[in-house]
Design a protein around this ligand. Structure first.
Ligand SMILES: *Cc1c(COP(=O)(O)O)cnc(C)c1O
Length: 397
């Protein structure tokens, strides 16, 4: 999925525009900036590309999640439902908001299981946060129906699924708010960066203010602006936004290559009866950053991992023992290892994560292998890779 494979003169040109004026900040300095507003322009491009009314850039996907939870009004005493399989930023942002993460099982989509979500809802639930892991989407119709029924917010973490769609709509734009990451290993990159998107105009104004210390951004004298709310600093720099601006223009090309490359590998693996694939609720909207498949047992998937090594296949993961992405190794969360005192709301509201078993998630994650789809493979490398993968899997059956 990495946009970094595509770093080129286009990115250098956009960055040079900023370097030539020396205005590295997204606000103010109107006279000096030679008409360059890279952050503003990137927000407009995001709105156009995703068909969404508002986009607010941030410094990272993590701060995008912080910002999204803030504009959804999430705070002390609130519960946010999140999946067992995600990136650690999910619970970091919930705890940062002062809210309580409630962790529930995934299903064969590798994303939130709607049945597990429904079972976890309480009078304190404020948000359901599906994470569109490895480029493909959660079952958004089912999750949205649950949120509507219980009058709670749907927040899509689309950090790994930029430019994916669900029934024709961009991922991230279907819930009340959506988040993207533009870190160095995501579909497109700013180096570091992120964004919150929403169609809610009130929340968009709040996002604009909160991400810049509560500034109202009215008038042209920054020092004279008022602060309707307390905020924070999640401002992206013009240098980072400039990189993203060049990258977003290549999105269609990136997605097309990913889809083409993924299809070759998937078609090859589909010839092996023991291999099954992650369920994708809308195949046509897959951003195709990963090929995720299941072996019939955890033992066989471990053997495939070893065989891939032997056969020289790289860039694949079984997440069962992964420190970043799966609940089993989140010991710092389970033991609430914090630099500062954690509120009683959180301490008392948390599940006992050291005791609780996520058998359904374990069953899927232990059998799963997810392979990164690269942009830079030649046709020959791709065919060779497909053959190696098939041979490696067959060697353990
Ligand atoms: C990368 C990622 C994030 C965080 O993004 P950063 O820009 O690295 O802070 C959040 N959620 C998911 C699912 C991610 O993959």
């Amino acid at each position: 999925m990495p946009g970094f494979e595509f770093f080129s003169d286009a990115e250098r040109k956009e960055v040079n525009d900023v370097l030539e004026s020396g205005v590295l900040m997204r606000y103010g300095f109107d006279g000096m900036r030679n008409g360059h507003w890279k952050a503003k322009e990137l927000e407009q491009e995001l709105q156009k590309k995703l068909h969404v009314k508002h986009a607010q850039l941030t410094t990272s996907g993590t701060t995008a999640l912080n910002l999204a939870l803030a504009i959804l009004g999430v705070g002390a005493g609130d519960e946010v439902i999140m999946p067992t399989f995600t990136f650690v930023a999910s619970f970091e942002s919930i705890i940062n908001a002062g809210a309580t993460p409630i962790i529930v099982d995934i299903d064969d989509t590798l994303t939130l299981d709607p049945k597990a979500v429904e079972a976890a809802i309480t009078s304190k639930t404020k948000v359901v946060m599906p994470v569109h892991m490895c480029g493909s989407m959660a079952d958004l119709d089912a999750l949205k129906a649950i949120c509507d029924k219980h009058n709670i917010y749907l927040l899509e973490d689309a950090c790994q699924a930029f430019a994916g769609t669900y029934k024709g709509k961009a991922l991230g734009t279907i819930g009340d708010a959506g988040c993207f990451s533009f870190d160095f290993v995501k579909t497109i990159t700013c180096g570091e960066g992120g964004a919150v998107v929403t169609n809610n105009s009130k929340m968009a104004v709040e996002a604009d203010q909160y991400s810049d210390h509560g500034h109202d951004h009215i008038g042209s004298d920054r020092g004279a602006e008022t602060h309707p709310i307390m905020g924070y600093n999640y401002r992206i720099s013009e240098l980072h936004a400039a990189v993203g601006l060049a990258q977003i223009r290549r999105t269609d090309e990136i997605i097309a290559i990913q889809r083409k490359n993924k299809k070759v590998l998937k078609d090859a693996l589909a010839t092996i009866p023991e291999v099954s694939f992650r369920r994708i609720p809308d195949e046509a909207g897959d951003s195709a950053t990963f090929l995720s498949f299941f072996m019939p047992t955890a033992e066989l998937s471990q053997k495939v991992v070893e065989a891939f090594k032997e056969y020289g296949v790289d860039a694949y993961w079984n997440y069962f023992d992964n420190n970043w992405h799966y609940i089993r190794k989140w010991n710092h969360l389970k033991d609430l290892k914090s630099l500062y005192p954690i509120s009683n709301h959180i301490k008392e509201g948390m599940q006992d994560l050291n005791a609780i078993k996520f058998a359904q998630s374990d069953a899927y994650i232990s059998r799963n292998i997810s392979c990164l789809i690269k942009l830079s493979w030649t046709e020959e490398e791709l065919q060779e890779r497909a053959q190696k993968m098939v041979n490696a899997i067959k060697s353990v059956l």
